[in-house]
Ligand binder design. Structure first.
Ligand code: SF4
Length: 386
């Protein structure tokens, strides 16, 4: 039985230029049908859900829904599932879609953690990113959520933000430090810092290709990452995953379960699940998703049974993201032997730290985590019998 639940709300005020998630502009009549479908899917999945330890309502922008719609979702969950008294219940919010009054109602519905997408506290950067809010809106949103009584607030920030080519760019690093410092003044319990990656098929990618926007130098982006780690650690945050920092005890339970390869159920259009050794993806298109539910069909688009080899690779891939050590003794002897050369080589370049059977990314390795993890995984790949 699954103890972790994700619910996907694919609506946004407007599309940010860097976003490649599935999200569509909010339309109240579509949202109404969608919520009905979600409530029905919650019922259809009843037999795989055990006592819920964590619920994560993500998107999109879930707080674009009304309090009534969100309360309706909780009613469906409570009618069908058992939610632990101390469950971590998160909702993602955009600053323009939250007020003190709304936050209070969400708290009353059972939500106890708010993850607010602020991204930057520099107006020019927010305009460049195509965000629907300015810095003042963002600060007000966090203060409102706090005044409403939330004791667990997470803030998302982005670094490595491009700038228009005609803009003097000497202030990029100072902008990042400024956003971090202003965020710290808000005293959130959790902070995520993400490097902006221009994904193909986004307006950002095209703007960079055409030269309208210019990315900061790689060296500056590295400095930003390290400055983030140092400043947040100085202020008492635990760096527990490549991009995530928390006051002790406020590490995100939902995300930890994901990195530990725990099982979870995803409800909603395009939501992903992992249980009974299967990775499952729901139908992404909202119209087809609703049709499937209305026909009483679980809206699965794809499912894939994870082989032992895949499970091992995923375990390494996800586990290495955390700053905790990985215990290599947990890996089968043969696999450990196969990884040995690559791991030692990476350690000799200062990218991995090996202590006895324990392994983890170094400070240098954290910055190059994707490349390092790929090298480790490739060492297993090359070893396959031909
Ligand atoms: S608010 Fe979030 S999900 Fe919506 S478009 Fe912007 S980045 Fe994407």
């Amino acid at each position: 039985m699954v103890n972790y639940l994700y619910i996907h709300i694919p609506f946004c005020i407007k599309k940010c230029i860097y976003c490649d998630f599935y999200s569509i502009p909010f339309k109240s009549h579509i949202a109404e049908d969608y919520i009905k479908a979600l409530c029905m899917e919650i019922g259809l999945r009843k037999d795989v859900v055990g006592n819920l330890t964590a619920i994560y309502i993500g998107g999109g922008t879930p707080t674009i829904l009304s309090e009534k719609e969100i309360t309706g979702l909780f009613k469906a969950m409570r009618d069908n599932y058992v939610i632990d008294n101390d469950a971590e219940i998160t909702i993602e919010a955009n600053p323009r879609t939250i007020s003190e009054d709304k936050a209070r109602k969400l708290l009353d519905s059972g939500i106890n953690r708010m993850s607010i997408g602020i991204q930057s506290l520099i107006d020019k950067e927010l305009i460049t990113l195509g965000r629907s809010h300015n810095a003042e809106d963002a600060i007000k949103a966090v203060k409102d959520v706090r005044s409403a009584g939330f004791k667990n607030i997470s803030i998302d920030l982005i670094y490595g933000i491009p700038f228009p080519k005609f803009q003097i760019s000497n202030f990029k690093f100072q902008n990042w430090e400024y956003s971090l410092q202003k965020t710290l003044e808000l005293e959130p319990e959790h902070i995520s810092t993400y490097e902006l990656t221009p994904e193909k098929d986004t307006p950002l990618y095209e703007d960079i290709k055409s030269g309208r926007l210019v990315m900061p130098d790689e060296g500056v982006i590295s400095e930003m990452y390290y400055a983030g780690i140092d400043i947040l650690k100085e202020h008492g945050y635990v760096h527990y995953e490549i991009s995530n920092f928390a006051k002790p005890g406020y590490e995100c339970r939902h995300n930890l379960n994901y990195w530990d390869m725990g099982e979870y159920l995803g409800i909603g259009a395009g939501a992903h699940s992992f249980f009974n050794r299967k990775r499952v993806a729901n139908i992404r298109d909202i119209k087809h998703y609703i049709e499937s539910i209305n026909d009483n069909r679980i809206p699965v688009a794809e499912e894939h049974y994870i082989t032992n080899d895949e499970a091992l690779k995923e375990c390494i891939f996800l586990g290495m993201r955390k700053t905790d050590e990985i215990d290599m003794k947990l890996l089968p002897d043969k696999k450990r032997e196969l990884m040995k050369k690559a791991v030692e080589n990476l350690a000799s370049h200062g990218l991995l730290e090996i202590k006895g059977n324990y392994l983890r990314l170094t400070r240098k390795g954290l910055l190059l985590s994707n490349e390092v993890i790929v090298q480790v995984l490739l060492s297993l790949e090359e070893s396959r019998p031909s």
